[in-house]
Design a protein around this ligand. Structure first.
Ligand SMILES: NC(=O)c1ccc[n+]([C@@H]2O[C@H](COP(=O)([O-])OP(=O)(O)OC[C@H]3O[C@@H](n4cnc5c(N)ncnc54)[C@H](OP(=O)(O)O)[C@@H]3O)[C@@H](O)[C@H]2O)c1
Length: 230
């Protein structure tokens, strides 16, 4: 049963903390696929997932997304709930932070206000070209220094972090134990095939999570899991 708007806002409120809180948001099939047969995730979620996806964006200071997902999912402009953001004292729109080594960023996202995060070994000419339009944050020599990125965002008051993936970026944040919360829609679908899971990387780690809530919707589940830190 889907909750009303006020109840959903309470269920997905960020905790009151002045440190960065990293929430990731994914949809997965019952057999663990993070993409449908079209190679995208949007086709997996129903109306309830779409609604929560939009709410999570509206609650965030910043949306972090891997360039792979931005390319595969055709990221572009998006709408947020202006009334909700004003009521919560948030900026009119969240900042979109794009993560990339190659700096192959979709043209629609090379727009003032967006931020590109990369490492120091990125192509300097591409960095310079992007800097004509967007801010490029360079941290770490060969790999992005995520604690430094989060500290920089927090210095701007951006502590409500929403990571929309994809699996490569998510795997890296999990490896570093930087994911505080996972919002996962479980879609009532079996798909087989060889789609990625919601996280991948070179090495496995154990990061226990505790169930925050599970709501039945569209025949599937909207779940929220919080990192169980001892
Ligand atoms: N089920 C879901 O909710 C969901 C959510 C998101 C995505 N997806 C699906 O996942 C698939 C894409 O998977 P993916 O693993 O390729 O996604 P991804 O993590 O968004 O993309 C990987 C690319 O993003 C950049 N990137 C990610 N982490 C980085 C890091 N730590 N440092 C530097 N660059 C980094 C790199 O871009 P460059 O190549 O530009 O260097 C890398 O090649 C698609 O099928 C998409 O639909 C599903």
């Amino acid at each position: 049963m889907m909750s009303d708007a006020a109840a959903l806002e309470r269920l997905y409120a960020y905790p009151a903390t002045d440190r960065p809180w990293v929430r990731s948001n994914f949809v997965s099939t019952l057999d663990g696929a993070a993409a449908g047969t079209d190679g995208r995730s949007g086709t997996l979620g129903g109306d309830a997932d779409t609604r929560v996806f939009a709410l999570l964006r509206s609650l965030a200071d910043v949306i972090i997304v891997g360039a792979g997902t931005a390319r595969d999912e055709g990221y572009a402009d998006f709408d947020v709930d202006s009334e909700l953001r004003a009521r919560l004292g948030l900026a009119p729109v969240p900042a979109m932070v794009l993560v990339s080594h190659t700096l192959d960023i979709p043209g629609a996202l090379i727009a003032p206000g967006n931020v590109v995060v990369t490492a120091a070994n990125a192509d300097p000419s591409r960095v310079a070209a992007l800097r004509e339009t967007v801010e490029v944050l360079v941290t770490g020599d060969e790999e992005i220094d995520w604690p430094a990125v989060l500290a920089t965002l927090a210095d701007r008051g951006w502590t409500r972090i929403l990571c929309e993936g994809g699996p490569t970026l998510h795997g890296e944040l999990i490896r570093l134990d930087l994911v505080d919360e996972l919002c996962l829609t479980v879609a009532p679908i079996l798909t087989g095939g060889n789609a990625p899971r919601i996280a991948r990387g070179h090495e496995g780690v154990d990061r226990p999570m505790a169930l925050g809530h599970a709501i039945e919707a569209d025949g599937g589940l909207l779940t929220r899991w919080v990192r169980a830190r001892s």
